[in-house]
Design a binder for this molecule. Sequence first.
Ligand code: ARG
Length: 459
Amino acid sequence: MWSGRFQQATDALVRAYGESISFDWRLYAHDIEGSIAHAGALLAAGLLTGEEYSQIEAGLRGIGDEIARGEFVFKQELEDIHMNIEAALTQRIGPAGAKLHTARSRNDQVALDLRLYLRAQIAEITQALHGLQRALVDLGARHAEVVMPGYTHLQRAQPVLFAHHLLAYVEMLDRDAGRLADAARRLDVLPLGSGAIAGSTVVLDRQIVASKLRFSKLSENSMDAVSDRDFACEFLAAAAVVGMHLSRLSEDVILWATSEFHFLTLSDAFTTGSSLMPQKKNPDVAELTRGKTGRLYGNLFRLLTTLKGLPMTYNRDLQEDKEAVFDSVDTLKAALAVFAAMLAEARVEVADMARATADPLLLATDLADYLVLRGVPFRQAHEVIGKLVALTLERKTGFAELSMDDYRAASAAFGEDVYAVLDVRRSLESRQGVGAPSFDNVRARLEHWQNALQEPSPS
Ligand code: ARG
């Protein structure tokens, strides 16, 4: 592609070191889409005849089909996907193919391809996020009345609904989808037309290209456009946050699947055994997901570090952007899909959750609230209930076993109706504030998400 100036061929070591075709072939469909749009602008400028445009379009589509069928032979000496496709095109259609790269550089071409790729992937990942949200909502809806202990510091705190716990993740994943949508909005800018650095003396109508490729804006600075990768950083940052959420969910699943908790039993199909210990059933999917969060964080730092300190404008370092992006895309899609499938088959151990929720101490705060409603200042109520907690621990009983005398000795504000407070369902029923887990609130929120996440009807 640059034999004009050079008297020596590229050394084989450099060729192998510098090639990107082994991974950037994945951009082929977008490269072709971009090239056809670019040819449209060349046609409009009178730089291609209608006949040449048609040859280019048909040639590119043929190459695309061949790549899709796995029949195209990529050449390492052609370095990347852009030159592989262009060379094949020229070989097939001759002179018209050689005109395609007019007023274009691989610098604006690769910036375009990566944007097109990410736009498509963000749409797919958003669907996958919805899929996991649906799995969480379904699991919650199938157990809408199931109560469990809520934890802080991993110590039993207050009763919650199992569905409320699951819906917490649905909210997180919703914000994740919002972050991806933000990234998609900012990458909605056409870089093509920026050339290598300074546009071109051959002026094309960039709006034609933008319309064909459905970009709403044109980049306004050619130097920025060929070197900007912050759109990719934003994607990787959003992906890292998804990973953090998936990792927390993984940790819950791993804990719940222990014999100690035994809140959830994963299906055989989504667990593995041990080659040594016959009894083992391991939550590998959740562990792998927790582990893969490292890749998602790493990919963000990998790209940020590559970009830092780069002088303007395109530098070959930028070729290192793609594998980080591909890896985060692949990791996220796989994790979201397998997690949703795993949850669909998980069995909720309702009896064990009920047993854990029977811990009387979960209602200690409710007792303090009882006193508050009878005019005792909260700090004082806290102290009174703390003493009763100590008493039950000493006697190895629960609040229900304390006598009226015990209660009255602790505070004169207690009446016979205190025993009615010692009911988990009633406790939850009273948690009616917005965002709190009363049965009605949680049911309404489940319904909200069921509607919001309805699969788009196949048209
Ligand atoms: N393979 C290159 C990349 O991925 C394409 C752009 C190369 N541009 C250049 N001037 N060498 O970044």
